[in-house]
Design a protein around this ligand. Structure first.
Ligand code: SF4
Length: 242
């Protein structure tokens, strides 16, 4: 059973469990148009070179006027101009669900053996999930850190609880350890605005709970229901019999 998850895997499952099954369980590859991603890919590559102080003059001259406009917007963004820490790198985190005692009332004599049972389950690594992904960049201003995500398309509908936001913030929190503040910034290049999610202890707890929940749902799913509301633009619609 797979227990490694990326934000895309979780988003795919949330949009349609059956699509998740085709893509990540059966590993069926269906050709899809890469055109919508081309612009984003170019901007991401350029942004990474620029942050790493690699000469980009020649690449810049090859941009289309529309790409040039997006690139200039990113270069002028105040978050993008903060001090550079790292870009285009992968972070992972392991989350373990602990069966809790809270759902059942135990007498004192029952409690001790139950506690040993839970500890030994944890020791066997039951219900552990690895989550991770590739971050566009982390920048900072003194001890205030910002995970940047450049979006040439739309930002998520519910940015605070998007799998990407939750996973990257938990990963960066573990990676940085010592900081004053940590935020996730969607740089929305389409609508020329920034959307900032500031991390805190309450969100940390909610994110861990939410991600463990969704991972355990995925891991125990044996049916993978289809979601017909997502069929219109689905690349598996020719293979999918509902
Ligand atoms: S065609 Fe519809 S139901 Fe089938 S995998 Fe795609 S989104 Fe899901």
């Amino acid at each position: 059973m797979n227990t490694n998850f990326s934000p895309n895997m979780i988003k795919t499952y949330q949009s349609c469990p059956r699509k998740y099954y085709f893509q990540y369980v059966e590993n069926i590859n269906v050709p899809k148009s890469l055109l919508p991603f081309e612009k984003g890919k170019k901007i991401h590559a350029l942004a990474n070179y620029y942050l790493q102080k690699i000469k980009i003059d020649r690449i810049e001259t090859a941009l289309t006027p529309q790409e040039r406009e997006i690139w200039e917007l990113l270069k002028a963004n105040p978050f993008y101009n903060m001090d550079y820490l790292k870009s285009e790198f992968t972070l992972n985190i392991s989350l373990t669900s602990h069966p809790t005692l809270s759902h059942t009332a135990y007498s004192l004599t029952q409690l001790v053996p139950r506690w040993f049972e839970l500890v030994s389950q944890k020791g066997r690594g039951k219900n552990s999930y690895w989550l991770g992904g590739r971050l566009d960049a982390i920048v900072h201003q003194n001890d205030d850190y910002y995970i940047l995500d450049y979006k040439t398309g739309s930002i998520p509908k519910n940015p605070e609880f998007d799998p990407q936001t939750m996973i990257y913030l938990l990963c960066a929190n573990r990676y940085l350890k010592d900081y004053h503040s940590l935020s996730f910034v969607y740089i929305d290049l389409k609508n020329k605005q920034n959307y900032v999610v500031q991390f805190n202890e309450q969100l940390k707890e909610q994110y861990e709970k939410e991600l463990i929940n969704i991972c355990s749902v995925i891991c125990t799913d044996t049916v993978y229901h289809g979601n017909t509301a997502s069929c219109r633009y689905c690349e598996y619609n020719k293979h999918c019999i509902l």
